[in-house]
Structure formats: structure tokens, C-alpha cells
Design a protein. Structure first.
Length: 205
């Protein structure tokens, strides 16, 4: 996976070449990712990253996301939803929000991303998921209004509910409050902006 080839861009989002995933993170090169948030009128969904993941193990993250390979179109990123969550969705069913930039610097890497953000209106139940266990260990959701307040910094905890899934087919119900420490660090207000888009463009409330 670290040797997969991705496109490399300058800060103006002009392609300047290609590099491996390992190189872009090591050198802080700008590259493209695909984000797909599962949402509905009441909830936004998050994945629990597998404890086996090299980066941010066990933290809550975008419902499905991944790097776009050099040979892929942006829309091809929809494969991440199938690979990580086991959901087969059609490109015509997802709503394009737009592109945002995100920069996360940690001890292990410099992650400079142009993120293509999409939303999928999810009306199914917990049985719909068939998780890729080396990537994702569970799925949870939070109420839209509560999540918006949390990601705007108005509340210090967020109530989540969902399931941790196990390879033997079992699952454990999760209901608990979480803090920002339980989330992958996003660019400030990114998730709040996603929720605002959902409320104003998908479900006029």
C-alpha cells in the first residue's frame, strides 16, 4: 500500500508529477484523497479505525476515505465505500460537496491533502455493513445537531452510538460520550462545514 503511486500537486492544485504514498507522507507532498460521509436527516456516521492501522489506530474518522491513485478519477474513489464498509453504492447516489485542503503534521508524517468530499444519503440499518477488519473495526453515528455543536467547539463531548464488529460475525453495541481526543485531527471546522452542507443542501430543515 505504501508503494501505491499517487499524483503530486503544488499548492495551487496543479499536478507536478507522481510519487509513492510513502514519499508523499515523508516529504509532505500535496496529493488527493476521497472522502465519503454517510449521512441522513438526523445522523452523521463515523468509522472506527482498526487498532492495526499505522496511523491513528482506534480513532473515529470519516465514514469512508482513501487515497486516489494516479490512474484513478475522483469518482473512482467510491470504491473505498465498498472496500471499507461493504456497501455497494452508485456514483449517481452520492452528492458532491466540493474540494477542501487539509494539512496534518504529526511525528510520523506530513499529510498535505486535497480532499474531494462526497455525501451519501444512508437510510439502511447496521446490518448493511460488512467491514474490512484490517481497516475498520466499527461504525458509529451522532445526531447532526449535537455533532455540529461539538465540532464548532460549543460542547466538549459528543454522544455516539453504533457497533464494533468482529471477524467472527459478532458485534458489540457502543453507546458512549467521546471527546476530540477520540477523533482523527481534522482541519478546524471541517466536520462542522460538512454538517452545515448536509442541513442546507440535502435536508432543508
Amino acid at each position: 500500500m505504501e508503494q501505491e503511486i499517487v499524483k503530486v500537486f503544488n499548492e495551487q492544485h496543479e499536478q507536478i508529477g507522481t510519487a509513492t504514498r510513502a514519499e508523499v507522507h515523508e516529504k509532505g507532498l500535496w496529493h488527493e484523497t476521497f472522502h465519503c460521509w454517510l449521512v441522513n436527516e438526523n445522523y452523521i456516521y463515523f468509522q472506527i479505525r482498526s487498532a492495526q492501522k499505522k496511523d491513528y489506530p482506534g480513532l473515529l474518522d470519516i465514514t469512508a476515505a482513501g487515497h486516489l491513485l494516479a490512474i484513478e478519477t475522483v469518482e473512482a474513489g467510491i470504491r473505498e465505500v465498498r472496500e471499507e464498509l461493504g456497501l455497494t453504492i452508485d456514483i449517481h447516489e452520492i452528492v458532491k460537496m466540493g474540494m477542501t485542503s487539509c494539512s496534518i503534521v504529526s511525528e510520523k508524517m506530513i499529510d498535505n491533502e486535497f480532499c474531494h468530499v462526497y455525501l451519501y444519503p444512508f437510510e439502511d440499518n447496521w446490518d448493511a455493513f460488512a467491514l474490512q477488519y484490517e481497516e475498520v473495526s466499527g461504525v458509529v453515528r451522532a445526531k447532526l445537531d449535537e455533532a455540529e455543536a461539538f465540532f464548532l467547539g460549543k460542547t466538549s463531548t459528543l454522544n455516539i452510538e453504533g457497533y464494533e464488529y468482529f471477524p467472527d460475525g459478532q458485534r458489540a453495541h457502543l453507546v458512549r460520550p467521546v471527546t476530540t481526543a477520540q477523533f482523527v485531527p481534522y482541519r478546524e471546522l471541517y466536520v462542522a462545514n460538512v454538517i452545515d452542507f448536509v442541513k442546507n443542501n440535502m435536508y432543508h430543515r
